[in-house]
Design a protein around this ligand. Sequence first.
Ligand code: HEM
Length: 472
Amino acid sequence: WNSHRRSAILGAIPVVGYSAPLLSMITALQFVRNSQRLIDEGYRKYRGGLYRIRLLAHWIVVATDAQAIEDIRKAPPHVLSFGAAQDVFLQTIHTAGPEVVHDRSHVTWIRSELTRCNAARFDALREEMAVALDEQIPLSAGWKAYPVEEVVAHVVCQMSNRLFVGEPLCRNSEYLELAMSFANEFIRDVIIVKSCPEWLKPPVARLLGNARKCAKRVATHLRPVIEQRDAAKRTLDKASASIPDDALQWCLDNATGDARHPANLALRMLWINFGSLHSPTVTLVFALYHLASSPEYMRILREEVDGVFAHEGWSKAALGKMRKLDSFLKEVLRLNPPGIWAQQRLALQPFTFSNGQTIPAGTMLACPVLSLHRDEENYPDANEFRPWRHCESDEAHKNLFVTTKPDFMPFGHGADACPGRFFAAIQMKALLAHIVLTYDVRFEEGRRMPERRFVAGVLLPGKASVEFRQRA
Ligand code: HEM
């Protein structure tokens, strides 16, 4: 009776694409190839209410208006759960393992230590950025083309890992390769496990085990570092400045028992990398595509960055004063959110929105980020890239790009919004400011911004080489 009632309640929510059980799988396949078209279609037809789409493994209900988004934000986690939604989307229990799912200490570290990014951490980040960029885009008087996506991913990964595992591991090419390839290996497992019936998931996940294989290899890099740190700590006074200040050390100091095993710590470091690599990379790639397509953007940003650094020097506070840089990145994120969904939740209990619409327990919920960002009621000329729109008035600038709102949610919204966004802001602003100061940037002759695609809800920027030379 319960399942009948559940279907009846869900059945009242309009569908985008096919709704019949077998035919709806056609929609699910279409969603993999071109997610945005279906989401936009739902938003156009059912804006202000709910609609649903069939994905490969389940239906998803999409909330389209500010009130519904606020309702979701306010719902307690035992009613609408972010963690449970992640378990469904990423099959984390099977693919990442209970160590990662149940021990959320990395989120605590991101929210507290990484977000604070004290002066020493900022200096380390900046030093690593210079080292990585010198290696990836060496200064040259003549123009030279680079595959930006690969270059940016490498620089972002190396910078972040300076604060995750410290030197010298953050410069070890095999470690970085593993950290960068983890996401692909992991997602491959997720897709296969998701397509299995529930009873088959555990053995299939064990058989594939790509996350664990990757962690095993990372553990061989971590083991000597951990041994060295433990040995050094035994001989050092606790307050000594030479105790490393990174995520690994934090985990070592706080973890007990099995959680301290190198393979488990490796999995945790990879998990942090999984959250911190794709989105900043994609955002910076689009920022560079926009810079390469308009010398005017470069001129305006350069004027601001030159001016602030001339007075303040390099610091986190100086980056905070660059209003145009903030607005530019915010506009990039508005039109190119790395993920098509935000505020994903699994209803653990039936939930009723303020407009009276109800969803049954077991329903997956999400918000259509790009559709909200391209709504003319939220942003005039919503499809136009207008990089300074978020700093045109003091009022506009109150909402920095880390501020989440129902009309700006690349990071989600509310208590479960991305905990890494404050660090991402520092990292992306530092990188863009450095690039603006150091290089001229343009597309290769006859090239322009490539076509982008959302595949299974994830933004792929499209490949293009961008040319760099030392600032003339
Ligand atoms: C442009 C940069 C970034 C974007 C757009 C982004 C976006 C997101 C989104 C949409 C979520 C899910 C929130 C929700 O749906 O309600 C999320 C979660 C998360 N993000 Fe980010 N993120 C970015 C950078 C980072 C960075 C740099 C880190 C780490 C240093 C990070 C770590 C995480 C973690 C750990 C979670 C899961 C939180 C949890 O389990 O409670 N993110 N992010």
